[in-house]
Design a protein. Structure first.
Length: 371
């Protein structure tokens, strides 16, 4: 575990601080940010994205290599919930403040940054709790940790990472998650990848030990019992929902050379450490829910972290650790669902994928697949 007072990678030690002062942005209000090292004087916080921005007419330094002459297409997102017919399938352009992409809030029919709202688990894992407070939980590479544990829902995460010999912790990212509910097991993972190509799908999915394959087309849908999985884009980006329990957005992303250079990750060309950026929304948690993220949804939860720290760290790694990805056996586990499946289910690679029956959706937009 890192010390609470540690300076985040890419941040200068002697720079100023800034906070968001607009109370309606609960996830960001009064959270202390350290000004980026390229700010010559001071910075302010953009409350919507909860990110520090230089003031005084200075932008981030240009990249070492020239920018491509042809700009990339803007990221877009759609609402895929048919319960909102006025917004369903309407394309939205992601705001510039959303470098990691966005999703559409179907209720307001507006795009929101994926990693900047409660329930987000992104990057070197940065969490935004159900209480709106941002914190870090680094865990340990090659280990599994309980994110959420309730009586009929348990979510574990497998962390990958690299050891930084100049720090007291690993650099870590969430490579996969296992979701237990009722008597079901759902797996979402990022396949190990050397050179990243966003047009190549690197998602691995399975349900009750059976691998899932979904045609690579925006809006394609897979369904089984109460579970639905929709491709938000043609590759690497899905929405998973279990009716009445949860909705999860999951996107496979790499560590880029630029990320590695700025944060000193030491990523090599044989592995870009593909991992998941996640967003959780829960519909029926109990007041006894626990886990790194789950506990922040308790009505009486009070954060034990130093919120005024530059980089609030949640400790207690041992109490959240599990013996395997599918084991609900962390010391704070609440799960009592009847699980009749083997904890050592084979997944991800080298599996014969089942055939699916696929049909066109409304107005030919997307495909629905059933086993």
């Amino acid at each position: 575990m890192a010390e609470a007072g540690a300076t985040p990678p890419g941040i200068a030690n002697e720079k100023g601080h800034a906070t968001c002062k607009i109370k309606k942005y609960k996830h960001c209000y009064n959270l202390v940010h350290v000004c980026p090292k390229f700010c010559p004087n001071e910075c302010t916080v953009e409350c919507a994205s909860c990110k520090p921005i230089c003031v005084g007419g200075t932008n981030p330094p240009p990249p070492l290599s020239p920018s491509p002459s042809t700009p990339s297409s803007p990221k877009t997102a759609r609402c895929w919930d048919k319960n909102y017919p006025k917004c369903y399938n309407m394309e939205h352009v992601c705001p510039n403040a959303c470098p990691g992409g966005c999703e559409v809030d179907c209720n307001t029919c507006k795009p929101v940054c994926k990693c900047d709202k409660p329930g987000a688990v992104c990057q070197d894992p940065r969490f935004i709790g159900g209480d709106g407070i941002t914190f870090y939980f680094h865990g340990k590479k090659d280990n599994n940790f309980c994110l959420v544990s309730d009586t009929n829902l348990h979510i574990n995460a497998h962390f990958i990472g690299r050891r930084n010999h100049n720090m007291k912790r690993d650099f870590t990212w969430v490579q996969s998650i296992a979701i237990l509910f009722d008597n079901h097991q759902l797996f979402l993972g990022a396949k190990k990848t050397a050179r990243w190509d966003d047009s190549v799908d690197r998602l691995a999915l399975s349900f009750n030990g059976e691998p899932i394959t979904i045609p690579e087309s925006e809006g394609t849908k897979w369904e089984s019992s109460s579970v639905s999985i929709v491709r938000e884009t043609s590759t690497n980006n899905i929405i998973v929902e279990v009716e009445g329990k949860f909705r999860i957005t999951a996107k496979v992303v790499p560590i880029t050379e630029e990320d590695s250079r700025i944060h000193n990750y030491g990523i090599t060309k044989d592995d870009c450490f593909a991992h998941l950026d996640l967003g959780f929304k829960f519909f029926s948690l109990s007041n006894e829910v626990s886990g790194v993220l789950g506990q922040t949804y308790k009505p009486d939860y009070v954060s034990p972290m130093n919120i005024g720290a530059k980089m609030p760290i949640m400790g207690g790694g041992k109490e959240y650790e599990t013996t395997s990805l599918f084991s609900p056996d962390c010391s704070i586990a609440r799960f009592i669902g009847n699980n009749g499946f083997n904890n050592d289910i084979t997944m991800v690679e080298n599996l014969n994928l089942p055939s699916l029956s696929c049909t066109s959706g409304i107005d030919g937009q997307g495909v629905v697949c059933r086993r």
